[in-house]
Design a protein around this ligand. Structure first.
Ligand code: UQ1
Length: 448
């Protein structure tokens, strides 16, 4: 067993973690001894793994100085689920056993977090164990909630219902069979109002499906009204995309391809073949009949974050937009989907956030001020058809920040085959071979 002297913060934490005498609560198991780490990372997703391994590579930590907490058995490459919906990959090939991705020098607690105690520097696991820390990184991601839409869980679970979603592991593999089965009638693709992972994905899957039906002779973009299939994009938002430059390209595409856009239509209920949408004023609802539905549930931060002292009003871990450091607790940090960082939630964003967080945390451990600033970089490689991707890349503003823009006069709002291969082949490869291992900083390339 590895031993090291406790730091003052860890000592303070351990004082608060005294073992409760079993005889006091004869019916309860005794609380196990406290464990302390220099850094505790909540979440073994894209952010948690990148950050843990980048910290480890700094050379400033010994075995088990850093701990990761995550209840999951599997780690999923979620950016690939759009390709699963398009019939190009399987969910099984995109996942890895969580344990296989964690360096043996990191302590892994394969359990969920129940509560935070930021004043006393420990977290309590679902099993009741208390884990103390000097520095805490909170990166548990977003929770996808199919039950946020009435009737949706039942429709998704029914193998005969023409209702599917790329947004969960269990339902992503239903999407392509449904696309293939569909020959006639009204297709609706939805996007909720509110924060979701990868805000471009709800239309990525629509563009792939449109292309499939076009190739099958079931949809003619130049003459949609005489086609057997008609296609609707029902979004809670007022536009196709939140960044003006890419919105212009995608709105033109929507019009040219004969897609009927229903803006500010927020799916609230699925009832048989009817989809019911809320409108912004909150009074009227709109009901649309469908023969094919791709639904995107609402999402939010996990309850143990939302109901904690760490959360802002929206439920996200309340960190500084530039440093990623918590606004109230100086030894707490956050990156990824559960953070309050006001940018689009993607794995690409994590490639930029992780090195900033790591640099700033190491500065603080040395008694210095955080000096690295995140600019809001994020990206959305948006499939517009089989073989083409529009590579939206932007930062706070939102303003474009294109890696290849300007090079040879490339305009990333124009879909390209090379971007498609980045999305389909390069990103999934670099993700598992380098990013989760702490060696990939996205547009900045390899670390070290
Ligand atoms: C990226 O690094 C990455 O992760 C491996 C993605 O996939 C999730 C991306 O979508 C993007 C855009 C990047 C950024 C890297 C480059 C080279 C633009």
């Amino acid at each position: 067993m590895f031993h090291r002297p406790l730091t003052s913060a860890a000592r303070a934490a351990s004082r608060n973690l005294r073992v409760v005498p079993a005889r006091t609560f004869a019916t309860e198991a005794p609380v196990s001894a406290a464990r302390n780490h220099k850094v505790v990372v909540v979440g073994g997703g894209s952010a948690g793994l990148s950050i843990s391994h980048q910290l480890l590579h700094s050379g400033k930590f010994n075995a088990e100085d850093i701990a990761i907490i995550d209840p999951a058995e599997w780690h999923h490459y979620q950016p690939g689920w759009t390709l699963v919906g398009g019939g190009l990959k399987t969910t099984q090939e995109l996942r890895r056993p969580m344990k296989s991705l964690i360096d043996p020098k990191l302590k892994f607690y394969n359990d969920g977090v129940a509560t935070f105690a930021p004043e006393n520097n420990f977290v309590t696991l679902a099993n009741g164990d208390k884990i103390g820390y000097d520095q805490l990184i909170v990166a548990p991601g977003l929770t996808v909630s199919p039950s946020s839409v009435k009737g949706l869980p039942e429709a998704l679970a029914n193998p005969d219902a023409p209702v599917s979603s790329i947004y969960t592991y269990d339902t992503a593999s239903k999407v392509f069979p449904n696309i293939k089965k569909f020959e006639k009638g009204t297709a609706i693709f939805t996007q909720p109002a509110g924060v979701i992972k990868c805000a471009g994905a709800p239309q990525k899957i629509m563009w792939l499906a449109l292309d499939h039906w076009k190739r099958a002779g079931l949809y003619d973009p130049s003459n949609p009204s005489s086609s057997p299939i008609n296609i609707n994009f029902a979004t809670g938002l007022p536009v196709m995309f939140g960044v003006p430059k890419y919105n212009a390209a995608l709105t033109q595409m929507q019009k040219e391809r004969g897609v009927n856009a229903l803006f500010q239509h927020d799916l609230v209920e699925v009832q048989g073949n009817n989809a019911i949408f809320a409108r912004p004023d909150g009074t009227e609802t709109v009901t649309k009949r469908f023969d094919f539905l791709h639904a995107v549930p609402k999402m939010g931060s996990p309850a143990f974050v939302k109901n904690s002292p760490l959360a802002n009003a929206g439920g996200f871990v309340d960190v500084d937009d530039a440093t990623t450091r918590h606004k109230k607790f100086g030894n707490i940090w956050s990156a990824g989907d559960a953070s309050s960082l006001p940018t689009s939630k993607t794995a690409a964003a994590v490639t930029s956030q992780a090195p900033i967080l790591v640099r700033n945390l190491l500065q603080v451990l040395e008694g210095k001020q955080p000096d690295a600033a995140y600019d809001g970089y994020t990206s959305c490689p948006l499939t517009t058809e089989y073989g083409k991707v529009l590579l939206a890349e932007f930062k706070y503003g939102p303003e474009p920040k294109e890696t290849f823009g300007g090079l040879f006069g490339i305009n990333q709002a124009v879909p390209r085959r090379s971007f498609y291969h980045l999305k389909k082949d390069f990103f999934p490869w670099v993700y598992y071979t380098h990013m989760v291992k702490g060696n990939w900083a996205g547009p900045k390339g390899w670390i070290n």
